[in-house]
Design a binder for this molecule. Structure first.
Ligand code: G4P
Length: 531
């Protein structure tokens, strides 16, 4: 196999999605541990410390010298090169979180076994399912009291609309948690809670199903339940179908306990076997093979102010085909210009890993002097390629913004437009109004604080912010839409985005459904189509 082919084949690029507190950080940390990227040497560090070290990847990079950008964690495990994309927790939840999922080839969804599907899981899942990427479910915290496993699977199917296939099945939960039955390997992984204080690692023993020691250890009642479960799953459950897993319509489900390190490594091994290497992407209606020798990538995230002193921006790109080499010429499709991405790498190297080469599946961050937009394509000059853009995701928090000092109109407009161009906020206007007053929509509330701070500090503009009661935004898809003929409730609003597309703002789903009811043929979309 050529170098290019073997490098790309071993890559696995995915995101871990979850509601805060379900255990994403703990699982990530265990993955790193198996990969040798961090060594906890059997002693679990101070809780807060451990958590900090993992969630703050820049810190890890400094400490361990591994290759990390602020949004990707790369390490090797079992012959694979793994890229985990960071999807931040609720405080930092923003449109970037959604965009990051555009760069992933699959997702791991972590569910708290006592809570089931939660709000943030639902939102992130929606984006993954829109893309049709494979989704693997890890039902965590089985060492605590949890909900009935059938209930949990039922909820995944009903709430998220995805079929499930349990690869393993839990035996009890909480104090009675005895382990899992691995249906693929037909063996039992027994769980023994750690008795030595100071370590949370469970002892794991593998038993064949006919081992006479099993029944007394599990206890008669749970043993009988397990026999029934095995029979039931075999008869009534979904068939395992890898094509459906890859199409994102069947989610392999695993039960375990990340904190006690039970079931996490087998999960990682199954996952790496089942999840695809870098997948082909669409360019102008055609498929670009990741193994194509031409380099190509698209920008999925732009982060401003990476270096406070220089007010710089970093553009994060997902490589879709070929190999990137420092110093190579690339073509920026949207700008129609040849350029080099080498210089940026050196600037980045001052506070992060130097990347001399990278392959399809990898993410690179390059210095952006204001030339890149989200969705842009860069590729080997002469390679005919332009990736489909990234959709705009409907914000959920809205406010009306005005400048305090009307003399600062120019700065206000410039600031708002630039920040919107970076994709941190979306701006809307009521038809026939000027830019003096705009409606801002964000995915996470933190973005509003950032906006206020940046307008004040970078553009010297003070603003007045008025919260608006809207909760749902929808793009109007009808080509022949006539705003004058629209019937909506008095507390709904029609607005336009910067491209002049019409959108509707609703305070409730009830109002949204009312509009659908009263306007025959009205087509509303939760995602703004990419250009
Ligand atoms: P997140 O990144 O999804 O937000 O979750 P995180 O891993 O930080 O886990 C949230 C809390 O749940 C942490 O406890 C963590 O130790 C605990 N946890 C994770 N997996 C398991 C598990 O399998 N079993 C049990 N019993 N607990 C688990 P915390 O006390 O809130 O945080 P910390 O003080 O340990 O950092």
């Amino acid at each position: 196999m050529s170098d290019l082919k073997s490098e790309i084949t071993k890559r696995r690029t995915f995101a871990i999605i979850s509601h805060p507190d379900a255990g994403k950080t703990t699982i990530t940390e265990k993955f790193l541990l198996y990969g040798g990227a961090i060594q906890l040497a059997g002693t679990v560090k101070g809780k807060k410390n451990t958590r900090h070290a993992v969630s703050d990847w820049m810190e890890i990079e400094k400490q361990r010298g591994i290759s990390v950008t602020s949004s990707v964690l790369q390490f090797e495990y079992g012959g694979h090169c793994i890229n985990i994309l960071d999807t931040p927790g609720h405080q930092d939840f923003s449109e970037d979180t959604y965009r990051t999922l555009m760069a992933a080839d699959s997702a791991i969804m972590v569910i708290d076994a006592s809570k089931g599907v939660e709000a943030q899981t639902r939102k992130l899942f929606k984006v993954c399912s829109m893309r049709g990427i494979p989704i693997f479910t890890f039902i965590n915290k089985m060492d605590l009291e949890s909900r009935d496993p059938y209930d949990l699977l039922d909820e995944l199917e009903k709430e998220l609309g995805i079929d499930t296939y349990a690869v393993n099945w839990p035996i009890g939960c909480g104090k009675e948690f005895k382990g899992v039955y691995d249906r693929q390997k037909n063996h039992i992984m027994a769980f023994e809670a750690a008795s030595v204080s100071g370590t949370k690692e469970a002892k794991v023993t593998i038993y064949q199903p006919d081992d006479p020691k099993l029944e007394p250890m599990v206890g008669e009642r749970l043993w009988e339940t397990l026999q029934d479960d095995i029979e039931l799953l075999g008869g009534a459950g979904e068939e395992f179908d890898m094509d459906r897993v890859h199409a994102g319509t069947l989610s392999p489900v695993f039960f375990g306990s990340a904190l006690t390190n039970f079931g996490v490594e087998p999960f990682l091994q199954y996952f790496l076997e089942m999840t695809p290497p870098p997948t082909a992407r669409m360019s102008k209606g055609e498929i670009i093979d990741p193994f194509d020798e031409h380099f190509s990538a698209f920008v999925f995230k732009i982060q401003a102010n990476m270096n406070k002193a220089h007010r710089d921006r970093v553009a994060f790109m997902r490589i879709c085909s070929g190999k990137f080499e420092k110093g190579m010429d690339v073509y920026h499709v949207q700008a129609g210009k040849k350029m080099q991405l080498a210089q940026p790498q050196q600037i980045m190297a001052q506070d992060r890993a130097i990347i001399d080469e990278a392959y399809a599946g990898d993410i690179i961050g390059v210095f952006d002097p204001g030339i890149f937009s989200i969705g842009d394509t860069v590729c080997t000059p002469g390679f005919d390629c332009k990736y489909s853009g990234i959709p705009t995701f409907a914000p959920e928090v809205f406010c009306r913004i005005r400048q305090k000092d009307t003399m600062k109109r120019k700065q206000f407009i410039k600031g708002m437009e630039q920040i919107a161009q970076e994709g941190a906020i979306q701006i809307f206007q009521e038809p026939h109004t000027g830019m003096e007053e705009v409606i801002v929509g964000v995915v996470g509330v933190l973005q509003l604080e950032v906006l206020e701070y940046r307008l004040k500090n970078e553009y010297r503009v003070d603003i007045i912010m008025e919260n608006l009661p809207y909760q749902h935004l929808r793009w109007i898809e009808n080509e022949d839409f006539q705003p004058d003929e629209l019937k909506i409730t008095s507390d709904s609003k029609i607005v336009q985005d910067y491209r002049g597309r019409y959108l509707l703002l609703f305070t409730s789903m009830w109002n949204l459904n009312w509009a659908l009811d009263k306007n025959e043929g009205l087509q509303l979309s939760e995602f703004g189509r990419a250009e």
